[in-house]
Design a protein around this ligand. Structure first.
Ligand SMILES: [Zn+2]
Length: 81
């Protein structure tokens, strides 16, 4: 039976589906609310991190274009008022 410390150490591999101890971790998570919360937060944090990486891959030119479009829209809106 895994303890909380072991589950915490394996949580990242568990989310990557990269551990042969998957079922033992799952069993622990069924019984341990603390580790459930830990794994859930780790999952969210990792997904947010992946999202940031993705947005960082937008070329600078595109980012500049988007910014210009937004500025134009804001300007158009404020002129209309
Ligand atoms: Zn636990």
């Amino acid at each position: 039976m895994l303890n909380c410390k072991q589950v915490a150490g394996l949580a990242s591999d568990y989310l990557d589906k990269n551990t042969p101890l998957k079922w033992q971790i799952r069993l622990h998570l069924l019984m341990c609310a603390n580790c459930r919360r830990f794994v859930k937060h780790l999952d969210i944090t990792r997904k947010m991190g992946a999202g940031l990486e993705h947005s960082a891959n937008i070329p600078a030119d595109d980012a500049e274009q988007v910014l210009q479009k937004v500025k134009t829209k804001i300007h158009a809106k404020s002129s209309a008022d």
